[in-house]
Design a protein. Structure first.
Length: 675
């Protein structure tokens, strides 16, 4: 039996290895408004003909019935070794579709051959006839397009193009080689190529587009009950705005269960008056759609959201899909929970740890559709109260198909939502959650301390294919995590980790009062839990303490807002120092108009010095001329010359430099510094 013929064996171009794409297009790549998508592909064909290729992109189809937008096209350029490249900008908060199309460009091939023959002094009369035929055919095709066109302006443009191609064909037929090689003609043919035998890449790939806050922002977490409830949070807004925070993140604000309520320092029993963990959600006072009466009312929450907007701050709300044993869901929907042989509901466990105050949902229950619908409605309820950012607790303990269905459905209805995945889990699980729809992700930054660890991990997050789907949000601490580094290295250690988080990542967050005041006492030896953790008790924070890092935090956040280089992870690059305790890296804008150099002493106890090497040519700096380094932390200025310079940092006084690279020129009167 003879093999079947292909659909059209005359399509000669091969398109392979298109990037960016995630798992053969199964998941969308991620960009924010204002960013660019750089598309590359291997494109080749048999023989020596010249090829042309384009990237086609359009808005993802929406509405009912879905009507696709018209394609926009960007020419691709060869990048060597049959690799081609093009890019397009993301300008709106709407998802995009893109693909690649390529064809044998007979006019370009003919033109290139004609140039070679003319240079060799050969007779080109037959070649000119062939070119005239190509133009004639192109003119006929454009004429057909004009006849079929309904738009008056476009129709006139196509008719004019057809007439011009016809005139050029006559000129070339009469032997005018100069006309054949005219650049205007080449541009005209590039606008109206013969793509009848073009190859289109087998997949249409998706770009998930998010707003700027998905890429850049500073988060501050506090427990409302330690600040007098939701009204007390309103009082904190002016201070947080002065410090430069964009997001105020609140742990769950719902009623807390009374059954098996945890006591101070996570004791399995509580004393009278102890508030319990906010993550043990639900009591007779309500569940996930209610506010704990001790914190205030729904009206108080809506006022907090509205007041925060006046300061340029968004409220992020924690969503934890789990229940206290006395949550209304347990009574109204017992089938949503796993039951043990003795008839009791299975509480949460991570052996040997037991969480008797929490019962998890059973995602394999028979009424899984009802469970999914109700959980999605929790998001919808708080969206209705003005929330557009959610931090999701332990999403890796819930079924993956739910997240893909829920998050993508919510984003389709409410563009601009942001979901932060709190999943300190295995890398593949963390990556999968990001692919399924989470906008940002917690990560292993808290435990990356050495120069090699930081450089290797941040390079993976920002320079590998991971950067196309996972946006890291760097947190040096959380209510659950007090790392060994922070426990042992004092105020300087907190300052070091803060500068790293805020400059390595465009998005970062801190568990605010505890970090700001450098609280570093663990519950016990070898543990990463806080002693007297705010998770289980109300704390009274002295924010005016001389131990506070408020001034440094404010200064760094101001630098972040003033310098676009720190508002993206795209151009992070590490640089060589001859001291393993000094880490150095730059972040730059795509056009190099803003370049920030950060140098951090990773040792909180000792002064360290060494030599730094910078590739000046990459920054557009002349190695033979001096340039100014403006330290934005200390507001001091240095003149450097050449790519090798000396650095010394005392962590007690100056744990880091945040330099702005500034070129200078000499004027008639003095030096004039400029970017």
């Amino acid at each position: 039996m003879e093999p079947a013929f292909p659909k059209d064996g005359r399509r000669r171009v091969v398109i392979e290895n298109v990037t960016p794409q995630i798992q053969a297009g199964r998941y969308a790549v991620k960009r924010t408004v204002g960013e660019r998508v750089t598309v590359e592909a291997d494109i080749f064909a048999d023989g020596h003909d010249t090829l042309s290729a384009i990237v086609k992109y359009r808005k993802a189809a929406g509405g009912t019935p879905a009507v696709p937008e018209a394609w926009q096209e960007v020419p691709m350029t060869p990048a060597g070794n049959d690799r081609w490249s093009a890019e397009f900008s993301v300008t709106e908060l709407v998802d995009l579709i893109f693909t690649v199309e390529a064809w044998v460009d007979h006019f370009k091939s003919w033109r290139a051959d004609l140039q070679k023959r003319l240079k060799a002094g050969q007779d080109v009369s037959v070649d000119l006839q062939m070119g005239a035929n190509l133009l004639e055919k192109a003119g006929q095709q454009v004429g057909v397009q004009a006849a079929a066109c309904s738009g008056d302006t476009l129709k006139r443009e196509l008719q004019q193009a057809a007439e011009q191609l016809s005139r050029r064909a006559e000129e070339i037929r009469s032997g005018k080689a100069a006309s054949a090689l005219d650049e205007e003609l080449a541009a005209l043919m590039a606008r109206y190529p013969d793509r009848s035998l073009a190859t289109v890449y087998e997949r249409e790939l998706r770009v998930q587009v998010d707003r700027e806050r998905a890429r850049f922002g500073a988060w501050y977490e506090l427990f409302p009950r330690s600040f007098g409830g939701l009204k007390g949070c309103v009082e904190q807004l002016p201070r947080l705005a002065r410090m430069g925070f964009d997001v105020l993140y609140l742990p769950p604000i719902h009623p807390i269960g009374k059954s098996f309520r945890k006591g101070k320092n996570n004791r399995v029993t509580s004393e009278p008056g102890e508030p319990g963990s906010p993550w043990a959600i639900g009591s007779e006072e309500g569940g996930h759609k209610a506010v704990h009466p001790e914190l205030g009312t729904l009206d108080d929450f809506r006022r907090l959201v509205d007041e925060a907007k006046k300061f340029g701050i968004e409220i992020a709300l924690d969503i934890a899909f789990q229940c206290a044993p006395d949550h209304p869901y347990v009574r109204e929907h017992p089938g949503w929970f796993r039951h043990r042989p003795d008839g009791t509901i299975q509480y949460a466990e991570n052996p040997p740890k037991k969480y008797q105050d929490i019962v998890p949902f059973h995602f394999e229950c028979d009424d899984w559709r009802g469970l999914w619908t109700e959980l999605k409605s929790i998001f919808e309820f708080w969206i209705g109260q003005g929330v557009t950012i959610f931090r999701v607790d332990n999403p890796h303990t819930k079924t993956f198909p739910f997240w893909e269905w829920c998050l993508n459905g919510l984003k389709a209805e409410h563009p601009g939502l942001i979901f932060l995945s709190e999943a300190f889990t295995r890398p593949k699980v963390m990556f999968n959650l990001a692919k399924l729809g989470f906008t940002q992700s917690y990560n292993y930054f808290p435990w990356r301390n050495t120069k090699d660890e930081l450089e290797t991990y941040l390079t993976e997050l920002t320079q590998s294919e991971v950067a196309d789907f996972l946006r890291p949000n760097l947190w040096p601490n959380t209510p659950d995590i007090l790392t060994q580094f922070l426990q042992t290295d004092g105020r300087a250690g907190f300052a070091i980790r803060f500068v790293l988080a805020a400059t390595l990542g465009a998005s970062y967050g801190i568990y605010g009062p505890a970090f700001e005041l450098c609280e570093n006492v663990p519950r016990g030896p070898g543990e990463e839990e806080y002693l007297n953790s705010e998770k289980y008790e109300v704390r009274n924070w002295d924010l005016r303490s001389p131990q506070s890092l408020e001034e440094m935090i404010t200064r760094v956040n101001r630098v972040r807002r003033e310098h676009r280089a720190l508002q993206s992870n795209c151009h992070l690059k590490f640089h060589r120092t001859d001291n393993p305790d000094l880490i150095a890296y730059t972040k730059s804008t795509a056009d190099w108009s803003d370049t920030i150099l950060v140098i951090v002493n990773l040792s909180p106890h000792y002064r360290h010095s060494g030599w730094l090497e910078l590739p000046l040519e990459e920054f557009g700096l002349d190695p033979s001329r001096a340039y100014q380094m403006h330290d934005l932390l200390a507001d001091s200025r240095y003149l450097w010359k050449g790519g090798r310079n000396y650095i010394e940092l005392n962590p007690i006084f100056t744990p880091a430099h945040i330099f702005q690279l500034r070129r200078y020129i000499r004027t008639e009167r003095d030096f004039d510094y400029f970017m």
